[in-house]
Design a protein around this ligand. Structure first.
Ligand code: 13P
Length: 250
């Protein structure tokens, strides 16, 4: 399986900066064999058309950070999966812990969003993971697997590359506290185990990413774990050279 590195820029950068940023990325990636991995940039909605243009022909895929659960209608401020597809999006992050926490997204809404993404032929990057208190209470695995099962219940995933799952422990996001290699493996392994129950024929080929303070200097150890098939990278993805360092660790 090719490692998959997805950048999540969150609320950063401007659409007018896309050309220069993509040039900087290609310069930084000069020594990296791009055949060995897959790379995607998940940007704010406003950046997507400009980024699609800037990425054209360069082998890096386009992603969004959220989506509406609705296809169309009177839903002011929402953006549908079909709209994302129309501007060249391939991946959509769904259920990020920042959406769950700051926008009160619950399991039912995450499920509806995954369904909307699949319905448009796009690929969800489904985020799951526990908070610090849940880990300390010994609930890390139960919470994470419950989120996974709730998001996917009753949905049909047709091919293994039609779904990506990102295990992102909330306590590791933006804190500089990365999970140890063995903790990341244990949790991504549990995610794989649940996927085997939910989709036995595909589970071994579904990409399971780790996210949470992944950087150039810890990516190698994390990505060497058998059930860690890539990374969902926040802060370190804002700088082209730092993102290229992680790509080089694949
Ligand atoms: P950081 O890499 O900044 O910890 O963010 C991880 C993340 O939330 C990616 O979705």
């Amino acid at each position: 399986m090719k490692p998959f590195i997805a950048a999540n820029w969150k609320l950063h950068k401007l659409p007018s900066e896309m050309d220069a940023w993509v040039k900087a990325l290609h310069t930084a990636l000069a020594g990296v064999d791009l055949e060995r991995l897959e790379l995607a940039l998940c940007a704010p909605y406003t950046h997507l058309p400009a980024l699609h243009e800037a990425l054209r022909g360069g082998g890096v895929k386009l992603g969004a950070q959220d989506v509406s659960a609705h296809d169309q209608g009177a839903y002011t401020g929402e953006v549908s999966a079909a709209m994302l597809k129309d501007v060249g999006v391939h991946y959509v992050i769904v259920g990020h812990s920042e959406r769950r926490e700051y926008h009160r997204e619950d399991d039912a809404l995450v499920h509806a969003k995954v369904e909307a993404v699949l319905g448009s032929g796009l690929v969800p990057i489904l985020c799951v993971g526990e908070k610090l208190g849940e880990r300390e209470a010994g609930q890390a695995e139960a919470v994470t697997l419950q989120q996974l099962e709730a998001a996917l219940a009753g949905l049909t995933i047709k091919t293994a590359d039609g779904l990506v799952v990102a295990y992102e422990p909330v306590w590791a996001i933006g804190t500089g506290k990365t999970a140890t290699d063995s903790d990341a493996q244990a949790m991504c392994g549990s995610v794989r185990g649940k996927l085997r129950e939910l989709m036995p024929d595909l589970a071994d080929d579904v990409r399971v990413l780790y996210g949470g303070s992944m950087k150039g200097d810890n990516a190698g150890g994390l990505l060497a774990q058998p059930d860690v098939n890539g990374g969902l990278v926040g802060s370190a993805s804002l700088d082209a050279a730092s993102l290229a360092e992680i790509a080089a660790a694949c």
